[in-house]
Design a protein. Structure first.
Lengths: 111, 113
């Protein structure tokens, strides 16, 4: 996903907050997504945000969108061992329907 | 609703053989997408299909790969004369409309020996 960039790894202590960052390049993107992939499994849609929004909160998840900088972040509050997974940022371009994925950030939890 | 069903979960093929990967979308979903995930990499778009139509195949290799989504039955991703570099996880996703988020299947892990 050369259009969507993420750091490859993030390690946090159990109970702390995790912040996963993503940058995208297409300002016409209308939807931005966060997916979670556990080992050996498919991708699970965690949350999404419309491009006309700045923030979306859903229980322990907070998505922040800075459209000017084309920067998207996912904050997981009170990170638990079950949050260990690969998190993919994705964008849907304005005029097409396919979703473009980043390379994923592998989140590991320290005790 | 059983979700997006892919089979087989694991597929082993010798070099030169054909691989056929099947995907049954969620009930009521008429849009199907195929993605490939190489080891330790993200998902790369391959093809987007609606019933009996290929809408976008910009991510499909020009040779050996084909996809279909017939009026009846599952979507099929077909890889002819497989090579070692085809070894990957192939994920199918479906959506009810083109503007909706995707629901992914659990993938087919293809190993070429």
């Amino acid at each position: 996903g050369e259009d969507v960039e993420q750091s490859l790894f993030l390690s946090v202590r159990e109970g702390d907050s995790s912040v996963i960052n993503c940058t995208y390049t297409d300002s016409s993107s209308t939807y931005l997504y966060w997916y979670k992939q556990e080992p050996g499994a498919g991708l699970q849609l965690l949350t999404y945000i419309f491009s006309n929004m700045d923030m979306k909160q859903d229980q322990r998840l907070t998505v922040l969108l800075n459209k000017k900088d084309k920067h998207l972040s996912l904050r997981i509050a009170d990170t638990q061992t079950g949050d260990s997974a690969i998190y993919f940022c994705a964008e849907r371009k304005g005029s097409a329907s396919k979703i473009i994925f980043g390379s994923g950030t592998r989140l590991s939890i320290r005790p | 609703n059983a979700g997006v069903m892919q089979n087989p979960r694991h597929l082993v093929r010798r070099r030169g053989q054909e691989a056929r990967l099947r995907c049954s979308p969620m009930k009521g979903h008429s849009h199907v997408y195929w993605y490939r995930q190489l080891p330790e990499e993200g998902l790369k778009f391959m093809v987007y299909l609606q019933k009996e139509n290929i809408i976008d195949e910009s991510g499909m290799p020009k040779e050996r790969f084909s996809a279909e989504f017939p009026k009846e039955g599952p979507s099929i991703l077909r890889i002819q004369q497989v090579v070692r570099g085809d070894s990957a996880a192939y994920f199918c996703a479906s959506s009810p409309t083109e503007n909706y988020g995707y629901t992914f299947g659990s993938g087919t892990r293809l190993t070429v020996v």
